[in-house]
Design a protein around this ligand. Structure first.
Ligand code: HEC
Length: 451
């Protein structure tokens, strides 16, 4: 079964998925796991110490987090399904076939998570005194469900980089418990708690609190931050040590892009400085230096979100040229069908191209070849603009590099199609790069009409 190709103008398909997914990761890790775990612990502190301050802090902070997690968190989660189904239907469809049961169970777990969270919130004022303990158990129950989500989803994410034995044995166990599973799970828990403490400290500082309590709470969150940051550093190192070096060599390029890739020291300087700042924040919180924490907290929030984006970007980027290593390329062409497409032709085998060309005014062959081969990562006129990438080359030059995309840049898949199709696409790209082609009248067929 083939699906029509969508190309998001300007942003590009990859960036569209990334913007939604990274926001989802920040909320799901930082708030749904990290912050709410800390809220349950804060409630417990209030109970243990009979402290109204801890109790109030926990309750106020929950109000904020519950709105963001059940609102933005859930919507961006559904957004990942919607966007990947539209932009990468074969990829997400194949993943769903491999991981049907984990996702099915995850769906039930997610539903339970929401039910527990709402119950936790709405019983806060009712389950008091002798029922307080039960209320804390309810919160702990939520935390266990939230962690189970991470347990299930990480198997799928790990698979997309280290599919290990799956391409050969097609067994779900080797797919799920792949080599990067455990380090990534621990790393994500570290990230969740680190983000959670940063958000908790911000909430603590920007809401009215009694100063004695503020110091005590800062001290506690500082300790959790120090622990979770250290864990994050250690598990990041473990995670990257199990990633095959053929993927890992592109990690710095992924973060720096071609703009800065010639100055790899920027990567280390920026990351180490940023991590140092987070550690300083944790230590100043532990020491109760409110002023310093106040100065550092906004940069720290930006830095920690930056780290999450960087990690996800690197993880997704370095798995190029594959969407599912050993099985499917990033442009959704199966490894095993490439020889057929090279021999018989991509267009001849493209269902949508052939149904579109019943109206030959609507689509340009070169545009379709580009859409199928390259539009997962390149746009025309937007981010990673293909016209810029081939600019300055002759038509023959483009024809030659089209045969060597995977040699030139190892994270790009090879061109699929016959030599004649490669000519057609080279001519299309050449005309694009020299400004001789313009997008034709808007068409509902996304590869578009070019004239
Ligand atoms: C998996 C994603 C991906 C796919 C699919 C992909 N590319 Fe790329 N391509 C990239 C990235 C990333 C870069 C480097 C961007 C940068 O410079 O930061 C790149 C760079 C390039 C360059 C410039 C290389 C150089 O060293 O100057 C060319 C030319 C190019 N791509 C052509 C293509 C063509 C043609 C296709 C389709 C056959 C294609 N790419 C498919 C990701 C991809």
């Amino acid at each position: 079964m083939q699906f029509p190709i969508f190309q998001v103008p300007h942003l590009g398909n990859g960036m569209t998925i990334a913007l939604d997914a990274v926001l989802h990761v920040i909320i799901s890790h930082g708030l749904a796991i990290g912050a709410i775990t800390l809220i349950v612990i804060s409630e417990y502190m209030g109970f243990k110490k009979s402290s109204q301050d801890w109790e109030n802090f926990a309750k106020d902070f929950l109000k904020f987090t519950i709105i963001i997690t059940t609102g933005v968190g859930a919507v961006t989660g559904v957004g990942i399904w919607l966007i990947t189904s539209a932009l990468s239907p074969l990829g997400i469809g194949s993943m769903l076939r491999v991981f049907f049961w984990p996702w099915f169970i995850e769906w039930m777990i997610f539903t339970s998570e929401v039910i527990f969270l709402l119950l936790y919130y709405f019983t806060w004022d009712k389950w008091t005194s002798e029922r307080k303990k039960q209320h804390i158990y309810l919160g702990a129950g939520y935390t266990i469900f939230a962690l189970s989500s991470a347990f299930l989803i990480t198997g799928i994410l790990g698979f997309m980089l280290t599919s290990d034995g799956w391409p050969w044995d097609k067994s779900i166990l080797s797919a799920f418990f792949n080599p990067s599973y455990l380090p990534q799970l621990l790393l994500r828990i570290g990230i969740a708690l680190a983000l959670g403490t940063v958000f908790s400290v911000a909430f603590l500082l920007f809401t009215r609190r009694e100063s004695g309590f503020r110091k005590e709470a800062l001290n506690f969150f500082g300790k959790v931050a120090l622990l979770s940051l250290s864990a994050t550093v250690i598990f990041t190192w473990w995670y990257f040590s199990v990633v095959p070096s053929s993927f890992k060599t592109h990690a710095k390029f992924a973060a720096l892009t071609s703009h800065f890739s010639q100055q790899p020291e920027i990567f280390w300087i920026a990351n180490i400085t940023a991590a140092f700042l987070l550690f300083v924040l944790a230590l100043s919180a532990m020491r109760g230096s409110t002023l310093l924490v106040k100065i550092l907290i906004l940069p720290a929030i930006l830095i920690s979100m930056g780290f999450v984006s960087e990690f996800e970007r690197i993880r997704e980027f370095i798995r190029g040229p594959y969407l599912m290593p050993g099985y499917m390329y990033a442009n959704q062409v199966l490894l095993k069908e490439t020889p057929v497409l090279d021999k018989e032709g991509l267009l001849k085998n493209a269902y949508w191209y052939n149904s579109i060309t019943k109206r030959p005014d609507v689509v340009n062959q070169g545009a379709y070849l580009f859409a199928q081969n390259c539009s997962a990562c390149h746009t025309i006129g937007g981010i990673n603009d293909i016209a810029k990438r081939v600019q300055g080359r002759t038509e023959d030059g483009i024809f030659v590099i089209l045969g060597h995309t995977h040699d030139m840049v190892p994270f790009m898949p090879p061109f699929s199609g016959t030599e004649q199709e490669r000519r057609v696409m080279a001519s299309f790209l050449y005309k694009l790069s020299t400004g001789r082609l313009k997008m034709g009248a808007p068409s509902r067929f996304t590869p578009g009409r070019w004239e």
